[in-house]
Design a protein around this ligand. Structure first.
Ligand SMILES: Cc1cc2nc3c(=O)[nH]c(=O)nc-3n(C[C@H](O)[C@H](O)[C@H](O)COP(=O)(O)OP(=O)(O)OC[C@H]3O[C@@H](n4cnc5c(N)ncnc54)[C@H](O)[C@@H]3O)c2cc1C
Length: 429
């Protein structure tokens, strides 16, 4: 892996980069217009940073999440971030003539998507609705190619491409199956296409349980296969505002954007400190904090309606007469191996950060990014070992913690990225 030696200020090389704020400065490119890309753009704009922002607003929420889904995060923790007030989810609702809502209101995905679009129109009107095809290195700058064929140089690139490129599809399960018999949940907007079919859903988290509920409601026959001994559901919040809970309860379990409890409070606001924890501990925490569980409003749609096989793992798969044959084995349950048949295997197997899967970065550029367990090592300003190349959102979670897996982390991330870009100062990743 090439060593990065340029830890001095990135700006000011005559003829290539302008000093921060100077008129000849090349743009900072933001790739992606989801919550992290849009929030980053809002903060860059406030800092007066020349920028170009690319993507379809909230595309992942429109195309890669199931219609009819509800957010697990509460409304107060589901706002994009801008330096100015007036752009929160609550402001969007007020602008649409809808009343205030609290923690007991599950936000429909359609409302979240409309809110993101509303935010973009007001706060990031410069968004260019096209895809970035490639990003490469060019003399310490970035050569950016768009789907339109346009090519230009950028001073910085902020990768805000979200979780979809990191969808985890275990090769040993997908390998033996033709593409139409197996898919990851992120490939589906409309689960009604499975109506009348038997669908084996692999996983025990929100995505698995919600997909199973939606499949059942669409007239499909889902069976959930979970490695854990049981599935967990959240508890309904006792009040709409955490501050309305009795003081002793608040002391034992203070409210936070990630939920009640001291550890969640620390993860919500301690992203800067999280970065200094040992690497392995960070990976473990990112995986385990807020581990697999269903939203409280999901329990009655799953319990007694959808078969859930706990303590099981899928040993092998195969195609037989146009259907999926699954060899399912008990995990410490005394249950032997069973054979299940389904018309489709739906993988709710989550996401794993791996820079190598970001194919829009040239192989040469990817090789220059220092990684751990596939995730980019990042400076306190979200900058990678390649000066000027930033990663935000899920790709930054192994560095800054679980809050980066959620919209609640947009303020922390966007503020830091914008400051780092504006000052051009670097710290070691
Ligand atoms: C089923 C599901 C439910 C979830 N529920 C919640 C929840 O309740 N609360 C919560 O806080 N979080 C939730 N999350 C996580 C949430 O999706 C992320 O926190 C959030 O979307 C991260 O925002 P982002 O901008 O990083 O990524 P995304 O929203 O994925 O946005 C990335 C964008 O980049 C674009 N892009 C990719 N490549 C290119 C390119 N080459 N050129 C241009 N654009 C590109 C994509 O089109 C996409 O729109 C959920 C995730 C899933 C999968």
């Amino acid at each position: 892996m090439p060593m990065n030696t340029g830890f001095s200020a990135r700006h000011g090389t005559a003829g290539t980069r302008g000093a921060p704020g100077s008129p000849q400065r090349l743009p900072t490119v933001v790739v992606g217009a989801g919550p992290y890309g849009l929030s980053t753009a809002a903060w860059l704009s406030a800092a007066g940073t020349p920028r170009r922002v690319f993507g379809d607003p909230m595309e992942c929420w429109r195309a890669n999440m199931p219609a009819g889904m509800y957010l697990k995060s509460v409304p107060a923790a589901s706002s994009l971030s801008a330096p100015e007030s007036g752009y929160r989810l609550a402001d969007f609702r007020a602008a649409r003539g809808r009343g205030p809502v609290g923690d007991r209101y599950p936000v429909p995905v359609e409302e979240m998507t409309a809110y993101g679009q509303w935010f973009q129109e007001r706060r990031v009107p410069e968004l260019e609705h096209q895809k970035v095809r490639a990003v490469g290195h060019a003399d310490g700058l970035f050569a950016v190619t768009l789907d339109s064929g346009e090519e230009f140089l950028a001073e910085n690139v902020v990768m805000a491409t979200g979780q979809v490129p990191f969808a985890h599809e275990p090769a040993e399960l997908t390998g033996p199956l033709p593409g139409d018999l197996v898919s990851h949940t992120s490939r589906h907007r409309d689960l009604t296409r499975f109506s009348g079919q038997r669908v084996a859903v692999l996983g025990g988290g929100q995505s698995a349980l919600e997909s199973a509920a939606l499949l059942h409601e669409a007239g499909a026959s889902p069976t959930v296969i979970v490695r854990a001994a049981s599935v967990a559901f959240g508890s309904p919040p006792g009040t709409d505002r955490p501050s309305d809970r009795p003081l002793p309860v608040r002391i034992v379990k203070p409210g936070s954007p990630l939920g009640p409890g001291w550890s969640l409070l620390a993860c919500s606001y301690g992203g800067g400190a999280f970065r200094h924890l040992p690497q392995e501990m960070r990976m473990r925490l990112v995986r385990n904090v807020l581990g697999p569980s269903g939203g409280w409003w999901l329990r009655h749609r799953v319990d007694g309606r959808v078969p859930v096989l706990c303590g099981r793992t899928v040993r092998s798969t195969g195609a037989e007469d146009g259907t999926v044959r699954l060899e399912v084995e008990g995990v410490g349950t005394g249950v032997g191996t069973e054979v299940l048949r389904a018309d489709h295997l739906l993988l709710a197997t989550g996401y794993r950060v791996d820079v190598d899967r970001l194919k829009l970065l040239t192989p040469e550029l990817r090789r220059q990014v220092w990684t751990f367990h596939g995730a980019p090592r990042l400076s306190s300003g979200f900058e990678s070992s390649v000066p000027g190349l930033f990663f935000t959102g899920l790709a930054a979670a192994p560095t800054f913690g679980p809050v980066l897996r959620f919209v609640a982390g947009t303020g922390f991330a966007a503020r830091r990225v914008a400051r780092s870009v504006a000052t051009g100062t670097r710290t070691l990743p």
